[in-house]
Design a protein around this ligand. Structure first.
Ligand SMILES: Nc1ncnc2c1ncn2[C@@H]1O[C@H](COP(=O)(O)OP(=O)(O)OP(=O)(O)O)[C@@H](O)[C@H]1O
Ligand SMILES: [Mg+2]
Length: 261
């Protein structure tokens, strides 16, 4: 285990140490009584340190969601803005599963070997996808900063509680369906991307808006499997909305509409 080295500036060390203490506390208190663990490896700590130094982050307040392959934290910038900090974990061997979404994308031709590299590329990929989508006007969390496997973006929600996903809201409507398909169309036609992991779990409903997120898998529409991924996304959506009693469009028709054919 890496211990805090003397080469870190005092204020950064203090901030990270304080966070570490808190996070252990949070982990200890969590329902599953997970054992106290060393959450971050050295490279991740260094990435956080660089982001703090850059002014992109001041503190991490707590865990929003601890997944197998990534963790999302609620953090604050110095000016008190809320941010979501998504940290891809390097211990997750499952990252090999992600290669098919990297290889074939003309934007990411250099993928070296090893988990560390894949994790960093994945974070970079999500950051770029978010940036391109955001620039095209697609409703996504605004990306703010990236270093290695740590991505900082707009926090969607309030006071550390994320907005509900479509999976979690009580009622979904035809309007939500239309809004989502509109965003997918914009994503395809203007950002030239396919989400490739779209489902009710990766769409927030925030007020009357829908916000797409979790863009690690998204590929350029030039990816050889882009069409297949798009079809799968639309099938997932249609399945979810029909189950909820919303009248959906035939997948083939929708596919053509999204592609503008
Ligand atoms: N920008 C954000 N603002 C607020 N909360 C967020 C944000 N991004 C992610 N989250 C929270 O973290 C959870 C997981 O995020 P995301 O889907 O991006 O990660 P993941 O690694 O794909 O996790 P999973 O495997 O559960 O899908 C979301 O369901 C949401 O609760
Ligand atoms: Mg997700």
């Amino acid at each position: 285990m890496w211990s805090w080295s003397e080469d870190l500036p005092e204020e950064v060390r203090a901030s990270l140490l304080e966070y570490e203490k808190k996070s252990r506390y949070l982990i200890k208190r969590s329902e599953d009584q997970q054992v106290v663990e060393d959450v971050f490896d050295k490279a991740t700590k260094m990435a956080l340190y660089r982001l703090i130094n850059r002014g992109a982050l001041q503190t991490l307040i707590g865990v929003v969601k601890a997944g197998k392959e990534s963790r999302v934290y609620w953090g604050k910038k110095a000016d008190d803005t809320d941010v979501a900090v998504k940290i891809y974990l390097t211990v997750a061997a499952d990252f090999r599963r992600r290669l098919p979404y990297i290889q074939g994308d003309p934007r990411f031709t250099e993928v070296g070997r090893g988990i560390r590299n894949i994790v960093d590329v994945w974070a970079k990929k999500e950051y770029r996808n978010l940036t391109e989508a955001y620039k095209a006007g697609v409703k996504v969390p605004q990306p703010f900063n990236l270093n290695r496997n740590v991505l900082i973006m707009q926090f969607i929600g309030e006071e550390g509680t994320p907005a509900p996903t479509l999976k979690e809201v009580e009622k979904v409507t035809l309007r939500d369906y239309r809004n989502v398909t509109e965003q997918i169309t914009l994503l395809y036609q203007k950002a030239e991307l396919v989400h490739a992991d779209l489902s009710e779990y990766n769409i927030f409903k925030w007020g009357s808006e829908v916000i797409l997120f979790d863009f690690g898998s998204a590929v350029s529409k030039e990816h050889p499997n882009a069409d297949e991924f798009l079809r799968r996304d639309l099938e997932n959506l249609n399945r979810f909305f029909s189950k909820k009693g919303v009248k959906t469009q035939n997948t083939q028709t929708l596919l053509k509409k999204v592609k503008g054919e």
